[in-house]
Every structure is written in structure tokens, then in C-alpha cells.
Ligand binder design. Structure first.
Ligand SMILES: NC(=O)c1ccc[n+]([C@@H]2O[C@H](COP(=O)([O-])OP(=O)(O)OC[C@H]3O[C@@H](n4cnc5c(N)ncnc54)[C@H](O)[C@@H]3O)[C@@H](O)[C@H]2O)c1
Length: 719
């Protein structure tokens, strides 16, 4: 089939339906051939006698997903981008200038170029379906809307609403899109086309002509803020907001802001679009944009995977799950499962403990209801999906049980055996253990092929990663089922081999341990954490992270690692002192930081220095050393986990896991993409230097890292 089939004109009397249905793809996107075809269609319409045009998509849940990101990734020069963006702008101008009334009838995702296209139409009607989301996510990919989005959106929906969408790279649901004025009307999905055609006929009959929608601010304050003086305040606040949220690591939102500032209110379409495309090209060629696109591809990769490479493996259907333990993790897992429509049965030792699990889930939905994301009816429906008890009643109906009880091998093995006895023989049990061996634990299960790890991160509702752990006897079908279940719960699964700390905790531990040495050697907690957050871009520094995890848990896991990895793990003497005291971190409000009654992190608790017998910090090292010692310790451990132990198979999986499980800065593309950008030789040399200067054997570069350095290879090509 030819590209002609991807965008068709279907005559309907004096109205032309333009139908998008990209051949050979699940989604419609604006690739170069699609743009060429769209231009042909618009040219044909401009010469036709149709009086109105209705644009629709034939894809079930996608209107137009945006530009073709694979194409963007292959472009490297400013000239290439300039050519593509100029042509895109030109085609949407042609659409805007068509003599006919043009109505976009949107059902499904309408993002980036799709949203820019509908803004070049005269009218917009959208389906009420929950798949309909409209917006401009470009800044999340390190670029900015370049097909006229920065120019048309503020004109249509006002400065404040447009900045809210563009700077954060948001998609709006239908209610918000209607409220903002991004669409004119909403209708049930089944009536969308009929209603759009009816509307077009009415507009023709009423003699209504073309429309270039402009925003009409309501109320004195909004009128002031849209006015010449008020705008200055809006731009200043927006800039401050972006800098606060990004620490200046993401240039695209600032560039978009600059474009809007230069073009808002101007009637010079050509001039404004020129400003937009120059800014687009500046952003598109940066490494930051390439890294963010790399991260986008990593998440897309997971959507297509089954968890079992190279094998056609159908996962079992999971309709109902059980959860053993309704504590911190159990309650969170119940929430994410029921939120996605999965029936849940929790089991704990007492009704009191169960109540905590129910409350955990209810509180999270109540917050959403307060923000009007869901209504009371939806909240009740979701809560109704969660049941529970103190016995195994109903366990025979469950497809999977997630175990989240106390972290003790003996107890877990016993409870797993007992649970298996109360379930169907083909049902799966998955443990959420964070530090125990899945293979060892599976010995408690009479059929270990039906047993795996399903390691969620805390807080479960916020952290996207799930490590799916394959024990020695876990079957492919079990892995595929847990992988698919994780996706169904809205998570990003990565399959990991069994081993101490699996992947993410194994890499994080040397990083946290190194921070303790920096403190021991005279660095202050504030300086180290600030370097990681402000300069490197981590969501929190290593000391704040240790407080989150719990200082007792850190110490316990460090000891497990020391036993497993020997000299590679060194524990700073102050950690021993710390764990002997009463500081547990956030959970008892006393850690490296102090905490308010509602658990909010305050300032560094200065008494920690004296308690640990440390003199006033002199901060002997610069930020570079602090960051390199921690991050390179992770790279060093990763070289062993990936190349020697094959805990995961691909550097892609490391990068995805570190971004989704620790918040490793996405603009750096992940731990190994960042390591590759520096080169293995640089990292190995620096580790050698720190190791000898600071007398730190733990920082000696590993054999696989040295090999990469000697052979001048990268992680992404060397595995
Ligand atoms: N908290 C974290 O940050 C985190 C992160 C990842 C994984 N994990 C792992 O998840 C598991 C649970 O951790 P948590 O933090 O939720 O613990 P928690 O103490 O908050 O909850 C454990 C719950 O299990 C219940 N329980 C104990 N024995 C039971 C049994 N025999 N049958 C049914 N219920 C029983 C307890 O009453 C309690 O409600 C542990 O294996 C832990 O290592 C924890």
C-alpha cells in the first residue's frame, strides 16, 4: 500500500473528510513521507470546491502522536533540522490558510505535531474518551514545539495556560483542554465524526467563515496579567519556576519561554515562526536532547518487550492478585494494582495491620479526589476492588500473589510454602524482597518454576521501576507474566538475575558508602548533597537518600554486601557509630537531616557531627571530586554487574533501571550513557587517582572497566 492510503480524502457532499491512518504503524505520526502526503492533500483541498474539511484519525486510541522521533534522532546538523522544521511550519500555514472551514475531530492522543496541527485548524471537537490527551510534550525531549506551537498556543489559550503546557511538556485531559480553550466542544467517541460533520454543515449554512481563535481573558487580574505590564511578571515567575524545577540543567523550557516572550502578541506570523525555528534548532542539536530521546526510546523498548528475549512467550492473564503483608510496600502495591482495575486481596496477621494497608491506598486516592483528578464515585469503585483478611480465604481464585512481609528468609520461606498450598497449582508467587536471594527463597515453594522476584521501589505509587528477578528455577512463563503484570500496573519492568542487591541497590550502595567516607574525610553533608542535586542533577543527595532508606537498613545491607563482595565494599567507621545510635533517618524523624512531624525534610541536623566525633567540616575537596567518587563508584560496580555477572543483559537496561529506580538525571541519558560520554579511560584513571590519593582500595578500577579503557571501547558497544 502506498503513502496515499495513509492520509485519504473521503468526500461527503460539500465536506471533505481527511482521514489519517498511517500504513504499517500502530500510531499516526508526522514522518517526512507523511508530511509530504499531507502537503499534497492540503494542495488538493485548496483547489477543490469543498466548503469544509473535517480531520479525523482511524487509529483506535491515537489521533496523531507527534513528529517521528526516530527521524529526529538521526538528524545531527542545524541545517537538517532547519529544513525539516521550515517545511513543517509551511505545511501548517497552508492548512491555516485553506479557504475552507477546517474542523479537527480528535479521538486519542494528540501530542506535539498533532496538537500543533489542530491549532492551525479553525475549530476543534474532541471525544470524551480517557485516551484523548492533547498537548505539547516537546520540552521533555529537550526540544520545543517547532511547527508553530509556541506561537499559536499562547494566542489561543492565553499566556499562563500555554506556559503551563509548554514549559512542563504537558498533555491535557479532555476536561482541562476544554476549560483551557484548546478544544471548543466534547462529545462521546461514537458520535464524534457525525457531530463534526453536523457542525461543519451548520457553519456552512450560517455562512460562518474562517476563524483564528484568540484568547479572551476573564476577570481584572487575568486581564492585567495578559496585558503588556502584567506579562513581564508572568514571564519572570515562569523563568524562576523552571530554574527551581530543573536547576538549570534543561535548556529547552527556557528557550521556549524566550520564544514566547519575543513573539507573544505579534501579528507577524513569518517573523514569529522564524524565531521559533531558530530556537528549535539550537535545542535539537544538543547532547541533552539526544540523551532525553535515548530515554524515550528506552521506555518505548519496554512497551514492546515480553521480558523473555528471543522466545515467543505468552504471559498468563492476571485478573486478581493477592498481597501478603499490608505494610508500607503492601499498601502501595494494592493501590497501584487496584488503580489499574486489578482485583486485590490483602492478607496480614491482624485486622489492625490490614487497616493500615486499606488506609494507605485510600489516602492516595483521596489526594487525587481533592485535586479533582478522580471523583468520589471513582474512588469508591477503586476501593471496592481491594478486599482482605487474616486467612487464605479466596486465594484459590488468585492468579498471582505478591509477598511483602518481614525481611526474614526463614519466615518468608515458611509463609511462601503455606501460601502455595492454598493457591491453584498454576498460580505464581512473587517476592518483593529487597536484599534476600530469590533462588534461596524459592526453596520454600513446592513448584519453584512458579516463583520469581517482583521488586517495587518505595514509595510504590511514585517510583516507576520494578525489577523482575529470575531465580535459578523461575520459568519463562512466570517471568513473562510478572513482566506483563508490572506493565499493567503502570510500571517499567526490567528483568534482573538473582544476586545481592539485584541491580539498582547493588549500584546505589557503593555510592552511598562513598558519601560516608567523604563525611569522614571532612566534607559537610550540605556541600556533598548540594553538589549532587544542583550540579549533577540527582533528585536528592546521598545523605538525604540514606535518610529515606533508613540508616539501620543501609547498615544492614552494607554488611550483606561486604559479606558478598569482600574488599570492594568498605564501610566508613562512622556508619558503625551511626547505626549504634538512635538515628534511623526519616522514619523516626532523626537522621543526617531533621524532619518535621509530617515527615518533611528540614535542615542538616548539626548535632550529627559531634555525635559522630567529627570536627567541624573543612570541605577539603571540590564538587568535582565529591561527584566523581560517588558516580564512578557506581560505574565501577556496574562494569562488574553487567559485563562479568550479567545481572542484566544490556546497557539499555542499566540506564532505564537507574533513571526509573533512582531518578538518575534523565538529561544525562542514564549511568552508562553518561559514562560513555566521558570515556572508560577517563573514569578508570580518575578512580586510580582517588584510590591512591585517598588510600581507598575500594575505588580501584575493576578489571572489566580497565579492559574497556585499554581497548578504548564503550559500554554501549562493548557488551
Ligand atoms: N520499605 C521499603 O523501602 C522497601 C522497598 C522495597 C522492598 N521492600 C521489601 O518489602 C517487604 C515488606 O517491607 P515493608 O517496608 O512493607 O514492611 P512493613 O513492616 O511496613 O510491612 C510488613 C507487613 O507484613 C506483615 N506480616 C509480617 N508477617 C506476616 C505474615 N506471616 N503474613 C502476613 N503478613 C505478615 C506485617 O504485619 C506488616 O504489616 C520486605 O521484604 C522489604 O525488604 C521494602
Amino acid at each position: 500500500m502506498s503513502i496515499q492510503e495513509s492520509i485519504k480524502i473521503i468526500p461527503k457532499g460539500e465536506i471533505a473528510i481527511v482521514e489519517f491512518d498511517m500504513v504499517g504503524e500502530k500510531v499516526n505520526k508526522f514522518s517526512t513521507p507523511m508530511m509530504v502526503r499531507f502537503k499534497e492533500v492540503i494542495t488538493e483541498l485548496s483547489k477543490s470546491s469543498y466548503k469544509a474539511v473535517v480531520i479525523v484519525s482511524k487509529k483506535p486510541k491515537i489521533f496523531i502522536a507527534g513528529a517521528d522521533i526516530d527521524e529526529i534522532q538521526t538528524m545531527t546538523t542545524k541545517e537538517q533540522f532547519m529544513k525539516a522544521v521550515s517545511e513543517g511550519q509551511n505545511i501548517f500555514n497552508m492548512l491555516e490558510d485553506l479557504p475552507q472551514i477546517v474542523i479537527a475531530a480528535v479521538n486519542g492522543a494528540c501530542a506535539g505535531g498533532g496538537c500543533e496541527m489542530i491549532m492551525a485548524c479553525d475549530y476543534r471537537i474532541a471525544s470524551e474518551d480517557s485516551s484523548t490527551k492533547i498537548g505539547l510534550p516537546e520540552t521533555q525531549l529537550g526540544i520545543l514545539p517547532g511547527f508553530g506551537g509556541c506561537v499559536r498556543m499562547p494566542r489561543m489559550i492565553g499566556l499562563q495556560a500555554a506556559l503551563d503546557v509548554i514549559l512542563a511538556g504537558k498533555l491535557l485531559n479532555t476536561k482541562k483542554a476544554l476549560k483551557a480553550g484548546l478544544v471548543d466542544r466534547l462529545i462521546h467517541q461514537n458520535q464524534l465524526l457525525d457531530e463534526a460533520l453536523k457542525w461543519a454543515s451548520e457553519l456552512i449554512k450560517e455562512g460562518k467563515g474562517k476563524r483564528r481563535k484568540t484568547f479572551e481573558p476573564q476577570g481584572a487580574m487575568n486581564k492585567f496579567l495578559e496585558g503588556f505590564i502584567g506579562r513581564g511578571i508572568v514571564f519572570k515567575k515562569a523563568r524562576e519556576g523552571v530554574l527551581k524545577a530543573t536547576n538549570g540543567h534543561y535548556p529547552a523550557p527556557l528557550k521556549a519561554l524566550e520564544v514566547i516572550q519575543k513573539t507573544y502578541g505579534s501579528s507577524d506570523r513569518e517573523g514569529s515562526l522564524l524565531v521559533e525555528r531558530e530556537a528549535f534548532c539550537e535545542c535539537a542539536v544538543t547532547d541533552i536532547s539526544k540523551s532525553l530521546i535515548h530515554v524515550f526510546h528506552l521506555t518505548e523498548m519496554v512497551k514492546k518487550q515480553s521480558g523473555v528475549p528471543g522466545v515467543q512467550m505468552k504471559p498468563k492473564e492476571v485478573k486478581a492478585i493477592g498481597i501478603l503483608g499490608a505494610g508500607t510496600m503492601g499498601g502501595g502495591i494494592a493501590y497501584v494494582a487496584a488503580d489499574k482495575g486489578i482485583k486485590v486481596r490483602m492478607k496480614d496477621l491482624s485486622w489492625e495491620a490490614l487497616g493500615k494497608g486499606f488506609k494507605h491506598a485510600q489516602d492516595l486516592w483521596a489526594k487525587l479526589a481533592k485535586k479533582k483528578v478522580i471523583d468520589q464515585y471513582q474512588l469508591n469503585q477503586k476501593m471496592n476492588l481491594i478486599g482482605g483478611g487474616v486467612d487464605y480465604a479466596g486465594f484459590k481464585t488468585l492468579d498471582v500473589v505478591v509477598e511483602a512481609i518481614v525481611e526474614d528468609m526463614g519466615i518468608k520461606q515458611k509463609v511462601i510454602g503455606e501460601t502455595a498450598g492454598n493457591m491453584r497449582a498454576d498460580a505464581i508467587i512473587a517476592t518483593n524482597t529487597s536484599s534476600l536471594s530469590v533462588t534461596e527463597m524459592s526453596k520454600g515453594h513446592p513448584r519453584p518454576e512458579f516463583f520469581a522476584g517482583m521488586h517495587f521501589f518505595n514509595p510504590v505509587n511514585k517510583m516507576p521501576l520494578v525489577e523482575v528477578i529470575r531465580g535459578e528455577k523461575t520459568s519463562d512463563e512466570t517471568i513473562a507474566t510478572i513482566f506483563e503484570l508490572s506493565k499493567k500496573m503502570g510500571k517499567m519492568p526490567v528483568v534482573v538475575k538473582d544476586g545481592p542487591g539485584f541491580l539498582v541497590n547493588r549500584l546505589l550502595l557503593p555510592y552511598m558508602a562513598e558519601a560516608a567516607f567523604l563525611l569522614q574525610e571532612g566534607m559537610s553533608i550540605e556541600v556533598v548533597d548540594k553538589a549532587y542535586v544542583k550540579k549533577f542533577g540527582m533528585p536528592m543527595g546521598p545523605f538525604a537518600l540514606m535518610d529515606e532508606v533508613g540508616l539501620d537498613v543501609c547498615m544492614k545491607v552494607l554488611k550483606i554486601f561486604k559479606k558478598a563482595f569482600g574488599d570492594r565494599i568498605d564501610i566508613a567507621p562512622l556508619m558503625d557509630k551511626l547505626s549504634a545510635g538512635s538515628r534511623l533517618g526519616k522514619k523516626n524523624g532523626k537522621g543526617f537531616y531533621s524532619y518535621s512531624a509530617d515527615g518533611r525534610r528540614g535542615e542538616v541536623d548539626q548535632s550529627v557531627y559531634t555525635e559522630l566525633g567529627l570536627p567541624t567540616p573543612t570541605n577539603p575537596y571540590d564538587e568535582k571530586e565529591c561527584i566523581e567518587r560517588g558516580v564512578f563508584a557506581m560505574v565501577n560496580e556496574c562494569s562488574l554487574a553487567l559485563i562479568e555477572d550479567r545481572i542484566v543483559e544490556l546497557p539499555d537496561e542499566v540506564d532505564l533501571a537507574m533513571i526509573m529506580g533512582t531518578g538518575f538525571p534523565p538529561f544525562r541519558g542514564g549511568l552508562l550513557r553518561y559514562a560513555d560520554s566521558l570515556g572508560a579511560k577517563y573514569i578508570a584513571d580518575q578512580l586510580e587517582t582517588y584510590s591512591s590519593q585517598r588510600k581507598a582500595g575500594r575505588l580501584k578500577p575493576s578489571a572489566p572497566l580497565k579492559k574497556l579503557a585499554q581497548e578504548n571501547k564503550k559500554f554501549y558497544a562493548g557488551t
